[in-house]
Design a protein around this ligand. Sequence first.
Ligand code: SF4
Length: 170
Amino acid sequence: MLITATFINYYFICHRKLWLFANGIRMEHSSEIVAEGKLIGETTYIDRSQQYTEVEVDGIKIDFYDAKNKVVHEVKKSNKIEKAHIAQVKYYIYKLEQKGIEGVTGVIEYPKMRQKETVLLESGDKEMIQSWEKNIEELVESEICPPLLRKPICKQCSYFDFCYVEEPKD
Ligand code: SF4
């Protein structure tokens, strides 16, 4: 199974979201794609695009990789640093190291907060990432869709209508 960075991200956001996405139920609307940083990447950071290359490792696309300095860049529109963002960048670094590229670091940029977060692959992280991969495989291969998260984050999720639609009454 190809575990993409989106799988890792969703694993930390909501297991149900991960399951739905991995099982081919896609509900992203344009605003969410924009919110995920695509537009930010293309506008706020466009002037620096020459410094970065787009890299693909085992089907996983890293949009902004500074090959000279071995730094993975990620841009998030969010106004808070989230575990899911850090996990995603750690996964990129892990995948690059698996290909023999040592000494890679990561930087997550939060333009809204004008803040940067450095991400490193630390001792024990490789084992931790392997356990994420195992858990993700088990989760998405399960025939049972995980339960509703019922958290405020649901209101911003593209699956909100799908998850919280009322059952039709007879
Ligand atoms: S709406 Fe909530 S429960 Fe449904 S997938 Fe999104 S985060 Fe998960």
